[in-house]
Design a protein around this ligand. Structure first.
Ligand code: RTP
Ligand code: MG
Length: 148
């Protein structure tokens, strides 16, 4: 089953949006298979956002993502990578549609509440950056019989 890495960013944790975010993916039918509240070490943040290291906002981005705890998660389900991106909305909340997480809860591109992997390659890379194999669990969820 396809897996993705999702993370409530420090602004979302401080604004008490963890439950709201988790609830949306649960209600959609996706299955939570890994989760932890953690502070991101600077080195991990730089690796995680490595694709942006030449961008002018890289320093600010790393400062922000290490500024407070994040809620890191692994979710699984059919097409979870692209469907979760759709549920998150556009990167800049001013362009994000109402009904999406960024559209409903964000105002600025810097503090846009949630991160989600953007491809199968980034999902695999990000899951292994944040989680050990034993921290991602496999379990049967009876409700899945009513979803698939
Ligand atoms: P994310 O990686 O956080 O899920 O967001 P994304 O794929 O939608 O956007 P991406 O292009 O990967 O950018 C990563 C994060 O960098 C911040 N950003 N700031 N100041 C700026 O112009 C700017 N552009 C991007 C955003 O917080 C974005 O989520
Ligand atoms: Mg990205």
């Amino acid at each position: 089953m396809e897996k993705t890495f999702l993370m409530v960013k420090p602004d979302g944790v401080q604004r008490q949006l963890i439950g709201e975010v988790v609830s949306r993916f649960e209600r959609k039918g996706f299955q939570l298979v890994g989760a932890k509240l953690m502070s991101i070490p600077r080195e991990l943040a730089e690796q995680h956002y490595g694709e942006h290291k030449e961008r002018p906002f890289f320093g600010e981005l790393v400062d922000f993502i290490t500024s407070g705890p994040v809620f890191a998660m692994v979710w699984q389900g059919e097409n979870v990578i692209s469907t979760a991106r759709g549920m998150m909305g556009s990167t800049n909340p001013k362009d994000a549609a109402p009904g999406t997480i960024r559209g409903d809860f964000g105002l600025t591109v810097g503090k846009n509440v949630i991160h989600g992997s953007d491809s199968p390659e980034s999902a695999e890379r990000e899951i292994s950056l944040f989680f050990n194999e034993e921290e991602v669990v496999a379990y049967d969820k009876l409700i899945n019989n009513w979803i698939y």
